[in-house]
Design a protein around this ligand. Structure first.
Ligand SMILES: Nc1ncnc2c1ncn2[C@@H]1O[C@H](COP(=O)(O)OP(=O)(O)OP(=O)(O)O)[C@@H](O)[C@H]1O
Length: 294
């Protein structure tokens, strides 16, 4: 995917928020995140080597507050394009992405976490998490309290003074999670965030992410090409078809947590999704994705 990685995108960043007398982020971890997103008739095309590529066509999707939605589909079907549009990293050709912000009046915040963590290597763990709060002029005591709260949530408070290069891949992704969550995002966008991790670390990250999701109620949109990962985590799976990327089918995942790939309902749903998935050509079979006929 051609979108530059290594950066966390935050739509709220350019808006200078005056120093709050009372912190707008509520310290009580029971406080629920509040979000809703409505995507209506979204189209996006690119020009590649002189040819127009329809990456996404007629995407209509509503994400309810507190949902954990997984987007799956073959390579090149437009999963990352969709996340980038929602994050505000790119502009759609047409269509709308509407969000209904939280009742506390907070700025619209859609934070993106990439496959490779985008931590600042010159800052230690604490300062990476504190970065967005400093930009928003939070006071020192508030920053201290929030960073401690969210680093503790990802079990990394004891590593607050560590340098980024001293962390494992899983630890870096946990810092990236804390850095996103500390800003109380309207929605957390995760683009193959665990794809580079080993099997054991992935399992640990699944447990941690589910624990955080339950604790905070944050809305999550999670892109993956891995059907098992989507089934393990989400409560709705949206399958994109390729050439161009359209929503082919949605699958509610009415399975309790924790889930096991060995359970019969899990396996049955997996077979159904994989059967649909396998009908979709990826970039290799499909040539240039979504190339428009002349
Ligand atoms: N910045 C860009 N410029 C030109 N074409 C692009 C750009 N970003 C994506 N595309 C094209 O749009 C289509 C969808 O790409 P996208 O990366 O969104 O797919 P994906 O489903 O995320 O793929 P993968 O799973 O392999 O990362 C592809 O054909 C890709 O080449």
């Amino acid at each position: 995917m051609n979108v530059p990685s290594g950066t966390e995108i935050d739509l709220a960043l350019p808006r200078a928020i005056p120093a709050p007398k009372v912190a707008p982020v509520i310290l009580n971890s029971d406080d629920r995140f509040d979000a809703k997103l409505k995507i209506d008739r979204l189209y996006k095309s690119y020009t590649v080597a002189g040819k127009e590529i329809q990456a996404l066509a007629d995407i209509n999707l509503e994400i309810r507050r507190g949902e954990f939605v997984a987007i799956v589909g073959p390579s090149g079907c437009g999963k990352s394009t969709l996340l980038n549009l929602i994050a505000g990293l790119d502009r759609a050709d047409s269509g709308t992405i509407e969000s209904f912000d939280d009742p506390h009046g907070g700025a619209c915040k859609r934070l993106l976490i990439f496959q490779e963590s985008s931590l600042f290597p010159w800052l230690n763990v604490f300062d990476n998490v504190a970065y967005g709060l400093k930009l928003r002029n939070f006071s020192k005591p508030v920053i201290q309290a929030l960073v401690e709260q969210y680093l503790s949530m990802v079990h990394l408070w004891p590593f607050k003074d560590a340098c980024v290069h001293q962390l494992s891949g899983g630890m870096k992704q946990r810092v990236a999670l804390a850095r996103a969550l500390v800003l109380k995002p309207e929605i957390l966008l995760m683009d193959e965030a665990f794809a580079a991790l080993d099997v054991q670390t992935k399992q640990d990250m699944y447990r941690l992410l589910l624990e955080i999701w339950k604790k905070t109620g944050v809305t999550i949109l999670f892109v993956t090409h891995n059907v098992d990962e989507a089934l393990m985590l989400s409560n709705r799976i949206v399958l994109l078809s390729s050439h161009p990327g359209r929503i082919k089918r949605e699958f509610p995942v009415d399975l309790g947590y924790p889930r096991s790939g060995e359970d019969w309902p899990f396996r049955e749903l997996r077979s159904e999704i994989v059967a649909e998935f396998m009908n979709e050509p990826g970039d290799i079979q499909g040539g240039i994705a979504g190339e428009k006929a002349n």
